[in-house]
Design a protein around this ligand. Sequence first.
Ligand SMILES: [Zn+2]
Length: 160
Amino acid sequence: MPLSNDVKLRRTKKPVFPDTCIACGQAHPGHSLEYSGRASSWVHLFLWWYPGSKHTVAVPACPPCASVLRRNRILRGLLSWAAIAVSVAVVIYFFPPKRGPLRKWIFLGSVVLGYLPMMAWSLFHPPPFDMTIDEDAVTYEFKDELYAHGFAAANNAEVE
Ligand SMILES: [Zn+2]
């Protein structure tokens, strides 16, 4: 099953990547792609506008792969937002917002509902690299198992 291979490191640790392209495996790509994300926690379900602290890493990727990865990342982002927008629109259409305490929950539920298919799809079609950032740890997610083991070895960690 093509689930991602995860390696969790402390956030303060600067990760060491194997010197091969994350996507095609070319040795010494001499180029990297910057990935950044923000810490998220359950708090963001309620305070989604509140920015978590930023975490940035440079992942080795040869120039052609870097541009494909960059484009796919933007596409994934757009698709998630589109799915959420459609879900919210459908819910509002069938449950016209009325005043009341339920309104907020219906809205929140429709956001989650819109996000679920994308999340499920991503779970079984992981991108070559992704990361999940918590307040004190970062989970580096690799599609390629060998790459994940190389990364884990370089950082004295283990593949989960
Ligand atoms: Zn490449």
